[in-house]
Design a protein around this ligand. Structure first.
Ligand SMILES: *Cc1c(COP(=O)(O)O)cnc(C)c1O
Length: 464
């Protein structure tokens, strides 16, 4: 008699199922490319299964980036997956759409002649910041050379900035003079900026939607102060606004807030299309006030359909779908759509801030009003609770929520902040769920206090 298990083995060899396929019963390749190919669907499943361990993007309240993308965006992205943005000759229609987006954004930011400015798409605000910073450096260097003065010690002045400006300073050899946050002053002020500017200042970088607090810096007051400084010293210092998030919020929700090209001194602005521009990941923008504000030496001219296409970018090859999707959003939502979408998000942020305040143990750092959609709070100094904010973030992860907690930079590093960001795709129901889960977590800690809470190093979560 044949042993039963060998009969079964013969049969099972002929039987196909993803989870009996060889690729799924041996360890997956991690360090080397195997010699033998595998069945594509089996591998796809294996990879998708592994990706289940990623957080759920919609519950990621730590990111500014878009996580809600409609069916048409999926279709457009799919159709454009093989198009390279740099091949202006081969894909002239995509190139044209990029130009239209630049013109529309220049108009949104009140450029004096929006159809005759210069700007480009980038992979995000970080690349745009490098380009903006380089343009400032070139302008300054040329002026200094004309005056026969030294060009070895350029500096930029910033408030509490996103890490991309530290990268710019390091990579392109510019000193960054970041105004340190103080407990009582979380944004830059004209006074603090004036303390730091000098003849080597290539530009001042206010942020519209500060990463740490979601508030807008007062670009107009900064601009006025620099006007006064020029009157007194003859030194003309341009402003580049990092409007990564605010550039696609303020024009819709706070149209009277003056921060953009309405101010003469604002020479360039960057924003992330993939944040509140509602485009998929990989889309940023930079626009100069006027053509003359971008030094011609930085522009490479590529031959394009017999004409000349000026380009300025760090990357060469780049996907085109994001830009097409950005254009889709501009047409599909219109200004009214952007206004409606972002206003709803602001309202959810205000609601969450109010609910947090009611708990009595938090001081509200940002109440959701006047800046980006979201809220931020710190634990009251005298709050007698058995947890810190890192513990609370950690506990919220057990329900899938990703909520950033971090200590503030500069001289406010003793302050630990918890922050939530609200984006398109978030409902009042979700806001209630978050608040309920926060309350439940706080109740849990009341019953089971943490013996020793997480420290800055262990707890700090990404704040982008
Ligand atoms: C997100 C952000 C950046 C970086 O933008 P990416 O599009 O992620 O490269 C720069 N500055 C500010 C203020 C930001 O919020």
């Amino acid at each position: 008699m044949m042993p039963i298990d060998s009969v079964d083995k013969e049969k099972s060899k002929r039987y196909f199922d993803t989870y009996t396929d060889r690729a799924t019963v041996v360890p997956i390749s991690k360090f080397k490319i195997d010699e033998e190919p595998q069945k594509p669907k089996v591998i796809r499943n294996l990879i998708l299964d592994e990706l289940l361990l990623d957080g759920n993007a919609k519950q990621n309240l730590a990111t500014f980036c878009q996580t809600d993308l409609d069916e048409n965006i999926h279709i457009l992205m799919d159709k454009c997956i093989d198009k390279n943005m740099i091949d202006k000759d081969e894909y002239p229609a995509s190139a044209e759409i990029e130009t239209r987006c630049v013109n529309m954004i220049a108009d949104l930011w009140n450029s004096p002649v929006s159809s005759d400015t210069i700007g480009c798409s980038t992979t995000g605000s970080s690349e745009a910041a490098m380009l903006g910073g380089l343009a400032l450096k070139w302008r300054w260097r040329e002026q200094r050379k004309k005056q026969g003065k030294s060009t070895d010690r350029p500096n930029i002045i910033t408030g509490p900035v996103q890490v991309c400006w530290h990268k710019f300073a390091l990579y392109f050899d510019v000193e960054i003079r970041e105004i340190p946050m103080e407990e009582g002053r979380l944004l830059s002020t004209p006074e603090e900026i004036l303390k730091r500017v000098d003849e080597n200042t290539i530009g001042v970088i206010p942020t519209l939607g500060v990463t740490f607090t979601l508030q807008y810096e007062d670009v107009q007051a900064i601009s006025d102060a620099l006007d006064q400084y020029e009157k007194e010293t003859g030194i003309d210092i341009p402003i580049h606004v990092d409007a990564a998030s605010g550039g696609f919020v303020a024009p819709f929700l706070q149209p009277d807030f003056v921060w953009d090209f309405r101010l003469q001194r604002v020479k360039s602005i960057n924003a992330s299309g993939h944040k509140y521009g509602l485009a998929p990941l990989g889309c940023g923008w930079i626009v100069w006030r006027e053509k003359k504000d971008l030094h011609p030496d930085l522009i490479f001219n590529v031959n394009y359909l017999g004409g000349n296409m000026p380009t300025f970018s760090l990357n060469f090859s780049r996907p085109g779908g994001q830009i097409i999707a950005q254009y889709y959003n501009f047409l599909r939502h219109g200004r009214a759509g952007y206004r409606a979408i972002h206003q709803v998000c602001v309202d959810h942020g205000i609601y969450i801030a109010q609910e947090m305040k009611k708990l009595g143990i938090f001081d509200i750092l940002y109440d959701g009003k006047g800046g980006l959609p979201g809220a931020a709070w710190i634990l009251k100094k005298d709050a007698k609770v058995g947890f810190n904010l890192y513990d609370l973030s950690e506990r919220m992860r057990s329900r899938g929520w990703q909520i950033a907690s971090y200590s503030l930079p500069g001289n406010a590093s003793h302050m630990v902040v918890q922050r939530i960001l609200i984006r398109h795709g978030f409902s009042h129901d979700m806001a209630e769920l978050v608040v309920d889960d926060l309350k439940r977590s706080i109740d849990h800690f009341a019953k089971h206090p943490m013996v020793s809470g997480l420290t800055d190093e262990e707890g700090s979560t990404f704040y982008h």
